[in-house]
Design a protein around this ligand. Structure first.
Ligand code: BES
Ligand code: ZN
Length: 929
């Protein structure tokens, strides 16, 4: 591609297509089955399988880390972006240490043209580099010098130019409209995992830490931000429309955490109780929308300071909303970047789930300021330490700030069950996974690193207890601050603090993929209850039955009906099976495993044990989180063919009096999976009727309008239930939704933010072209990105094929931000059988544009998953596989394999249980006399 660069230089760039990573997270529609048998079977063959024989790894790309003969100590970096021509000029003056004499320096560099490079040893003469050899595939450059650079310190100077790209990675441009409607661009960065090298030549590996002195030359009317506070701002001599802004030296840090932003923003600010200046930067005119995040951030910083017992090490922290942003947010040290929808809250127009999301994301990114930024993983293999830990502690932090959110129950539905679903696949991967090439790194920003990582940390925290956990964390942060650490280092510190065999227990969870199903049976012996407990690997296609079944060190807690919230006994299951005597349990009491649903495993109870637990679902004596866990376990056993889906449907009916939002939400999600599966049959309408019947009583109880004294969870529940009823075609809900929608559109009565999604969804699902036109109009008029996203996500609900096509075309139009296209197409695929086919065709037809748009990054994985995961016909797995054989998406390889596996599982599930489900529905309508 030939690119005209600014003023002085005009060079050609050889572009490469390199993919990036995902943070997906819609519940996968995985599925399958077998016969209904609630018999405990004790397998006698258990052995530790090696990781290798249980994983199907994608082919590995050759990769070598940077040589260690030269390393950076300090980067002096000056960048001058051109916000009109979309280019930038850069000057690097790095203090480096030559460890061993060499006449070459190898650095990372991608999509950058080096103009000159030279090295000057301390006190010595400058040596100009005579060659720049770009290894594009490896994203490296080798600078060759005519003489050997001797061991010792020196200064490496490089002048270079690059493009402010539109791919949402590296140093890129983000579009916005000024108050007068003029289209303008900001220049922003996203460097994790391996894209700092697109902004400046550097040693772009997390363990190669250095300090940074950053200067930006920018138009004087623009805001310029970086990791540190501004220490100087002076006119730029060559152009009086520009200023040079100089930032304080950073602490020693990894390149992926460097950031800069140049654009037009307003802000709100406040000081946290521990003296840190916190600012939330918003689009111009929207400073008010930063207040909620500001409040969360100022509460969160002292919370973490106290929890870790280590202060936040920088003088300031900025949180900024970026219009075009691929991930949800990024923890750059001192300058955290967010999607607008992960940061901005409008008191009137934001819904409760957005507030909760903002709180979680702020909690997550601020945790990284310690866990990730201060102590950084040694290599990407340990990425899960960063992401799993932050994904756990964000809940702790939100629970502290907003106890009314009952956020830990939501963790189980959002992270724990998602991780179990994904990790049950043969194409899962261990938490700790060897990665090399950037596309392999991108691939592991997935639900295993995040949600399984968070779930095993939650299990560990429960096993150790908060006090020792904090002690160990503090020791770890102090020992490794400003350095790098590996998973083992954390285990060592926690082991020291607790005196428990942490490494032995945790290695079984992080080094091998998958998790066990715990099989339990009981026997009353006098006053005692004797439990027989065994483990085997759980697979989405049924339990592992081979000779080489892996096993885990499983912390198991046990409670009884005497006090369902209290753990009566704890054991560590470190063998295939064991017998546990629980004293003083009378015969009429029930016994339950895994109270709080903390252990990362599924449970298969004997028929009698399960039977005894079910009344606890109806009379609500089981904790909400355990009602949820039980239902979710049974649903996954049905998928795996270990019980009949009909049994799960019967269990679901026992939830008719359920009051808890999260329990409903999880149930609703599973019903959605089933509904999607049954869309492949001609009795899809029957499950809609089932849904209507199940949700009607709670819908009537809640009504449409919030009542005095209601809280956050009531608002979430109302939205969930009305949306579910409306989508399932519940007539009174549909009529009321239409009435309220009309009033909303006519401006007579604006819908409350919490009712918008369910109403939009309902009217669209049962709407025509006029409804769609109205929604497009609302979308255009919407000032908040949250409202635009809300509409984009439900557009796919429209039923008529020609209208579905219009929605798909809209997805790629200028109206939709590039990062949001994925959810529009995903919404189409997830809404109906026809939608799924149309979305898949659309993705294939527009593959080049989509792949190019995301440079094969994590959004492409997410798109693929959302589009094809719900198919339930064998031949679609073959079709998907073959399409991606000829259309490469390296960072989505594992996702493609997982999707194909899910499709086959769906197809098997459907074949196995479809007829029974049908009979069950028939029988519900006309029960036998
Ligand atoms: N470090 C990630 C951002 C990231 C994600 C960089 C993927 C590169 C690739 C950040 O801390 C993160 O995890 N963000 C999440 C939000 C979080 C609340 C789960 C995201 O972007 O979805
Ligand atoms: Zn993170």
């Amino acid at each position: 591609m030939l690119l005209l660069l600014s003023r002085q230089v005009s060079l050609s760039f050889v572009k490469q297509v390199i993919p990036r990573s995902p943070v997906l997270f819609s519940k996968p529609a995985s599925l399958n089955l077998r016969t209904f048998k609630f018999k405990v079977t004790f397998s006698t063959v258990f052995a530790n399988a090696t990781i290798q024989n249980i994983i199907t790894m994608p082919e590995r790309r050759p990769f070598v880390r940077l040589p260690t003969d030269v390393y950076p100590v300090n980067y002096g970096l000056c960048l001058k972006p051109d916000l009109i021509d979309f280019t930038f000029e850069g000057k690097l003056d790095a203090r480096i240490e030559v460890v061993q004499g060499t006449n070459q320096i190898v650095m990372n560099c991608a999509d950058i043209d080096i103009i000159t490079a030279s090295f000057a040893p301390e006190g010595g003469e400058e040596i100009s580099a005579t060659g720049f050899n770009y290894q594009n595939e490896d994203e490296k450059v080798t600078l060759s010098f005519p003489r050997v650079l001797q061991k010792g310190s020196g200064s490496l100077k490089i002048d270079f130019v690059g493009e402010l790209n539109d791919k949402m990675k590296g140093f890129y441009r983000s579009k916005y409209a000024s108050a007068s409607g003029e289209i303008r661009y900001a220049a922003v960065t996203q460097f994790e995992a391996t894209d700092a090298r697109r902004a400046f030549p550097c040693w772009d590996e997390p363990a190669i830490k250095a300090t940074f002195d950053i200067s930006l030359i920018v138009p004087k009317d623009r805001v310029a931000l970086s990791n540190m506070n501004v220490i100087d701002r002076k006119p730029y001599p060559e152009d009086d429309s520009l200023v040079e802004v100089k930032f304080a030296t950073t602490p020693i840090m990894s390149t992926y955490l460097v950031a800069f932003v140049i654009g037009e923003y307003d802000f709100v600010e406040s000081q946290s109780s521990d003296g840190i200046m916190v600012r939330v930067y918003t689009p111009v005119g929207k400073a008010e929308q930063g207040k909620f995040a500001l409040e969360v951030a100022t509460k969160t910083l002292p919370f973490y300071k106290d929890y870790f017992n280590v202060p936040y090490p920088l003088p300031k922290i900025d949180l900024i909303a970026i219009a075009d942003f691929a991930a949800g947010a990024m923890e750059n040290w001192g300058l955290v970047t967010y999607r607008e929808t992960a940061l901005l809250i409008d008191p009137k127009n934001s819904c409760s789930s957005s507030r909760q999301w903002v709180a979680l994301v702020v909690g997550h990114e601020l945790a990284h300021q310690w866990f990730g930024n201060l102590v950084t993983m040694e290599w990407w293999t340990h990425l899960w330490l960063n992401e799993g830990f932050a994904s756990w502690i964000e809940y702790l932090c939100v629970d502290h700030c907003f106890p009314e959110y009952d956020i830990w129950t939501q963790f189980v539905s959002a992270d724990y069950t998602r991780a179990l679903d994904l990790d049950a696949l043969d194409n899962s991967h261990p938490i700790e996974v060897n990665v090399g090439h950037p596309s392999e790194v991108d691939e592991i920003f997935d639900a295993i690193s995040y949600s399984k990582g968070a779930s095993v940390i939650r299990m560990l925290h429960n096993y150790i207890g908060d006090e020792d956990f904090r002690k160990g964390m503090n020791a770890y942060l102090l020992k490794f601050q400003h350095k790098n650490a590996s998973t083992e280092d954390l285990w060592d510190c926690l082991e020291q603090a607790s005196g428990k065999p942490i490494a032995a227990v945790m290695n079984s969870w992080t080094k091998q993929m998958g998790f066990p199903i715990i099989v339990v049976d009981q026997e009353q012996q006098g006053e005692d209850r004797v439990l027989k407990i065994s483990q085997k690997k759980f697979c989405a296609s049924g339990p592992h039955n081979g000779e080489d079944c892996p096993s885990w060190m499983v912390p198991i807690s046990i409670c009884s009906s005497e006090d369902p919230a209290c753990t009566k006994m704890k054991v560590l299951l470190d063998q295939p099976e064991t017998t546990v005597t629980v004293p003083n349990i009378s015969p009429e009491q029930w016994v339950k495993i895994n109270p709080g649903t903390v252990g990362f495993y599924r449970i298969q109870y004997s028929s009698a044990m399960l039977e005894s637990l079910l009344p606890g679902v109806r009379d609500l004596t089981l904790l909400p989180v355990d009602r949820l866990g039980l239902q979710n376990d049974l649903f996954s056993l049905a998928r795996a063919g270990m019980i009949s889906t009909v049994e799960v449907l019967k269990l679901m009916e026992a939830f008719v009096n359920e009051p808890n939002y999260t329990v409903w939400s999880d149930l609703s999600c599973n019903l959605g999976v089933l509904s999607s599966l049954l869309s492949h049959t001609d009795y899809h309408e029957d499950i809609q009727e089932f849904i209507r019947d199940l949700f009607t009583p709670i819908g009537l109880k809640l009504g449409w309008d919030s009542k005095p004294g209601e809280g956050h969870l009531d608002a979430l529940l109302r939205g969930l239930v009305l949306g579910k009823l409306g989508k399932a075609g519940h007539k009174p809900t549909l009529e009321e939704a239409r009435r309220r929608f009309k009033d909303h559109v006519e401006g007579k009565q604006i819908l409350s933010a919490d009712l918008r999604s369910p109403v939009y969804l309902t009217v669209l699902k049962h709407g025509d072209s006029t409804t769609l036109d109205t929604m497009f109009k609302l979308h255009k008029q919407a000032d908040m990105q949250e409202e635009k996203n809300r509409i984009e996500r439900v557009l796919g609900a429209i039923s008529a094929p020609d209208l579905i096509q219009r929605v798909l075309t809209f997805a790629l139009s200028e109206e939709v931000r590039p990062q949001d296209t994925v959810s529009v197409i995903g919404g189409v695929a997830g809404s109906s059988k026809h939608g799924r086919k149309a979305a898949w065709k659309f993705v294939k037809d527009n593959w080049e544009e989509l792949h190019n748009r995301y440079q094969g990054g994590f959004l492409i994985s997410r798109l693929i998953k959302l589009t094809v995961d719900g198919f339930a016909v064998d031949k679609m797995a073959a079709e998907v596989k073959s399409f991606f054989e000829s259309h490469h998406a390296p960072a989505a390889e594992r996702t493609v394999q997982q999707c194909c596996e899910n499709i086959l599982l769906n197809a098997a599930w459907l074949k196995r249980d479809a007829e029974d489900i049908h009979q069950y529905f028939l029988q519900r309508k006309a029960p036998p006399v």
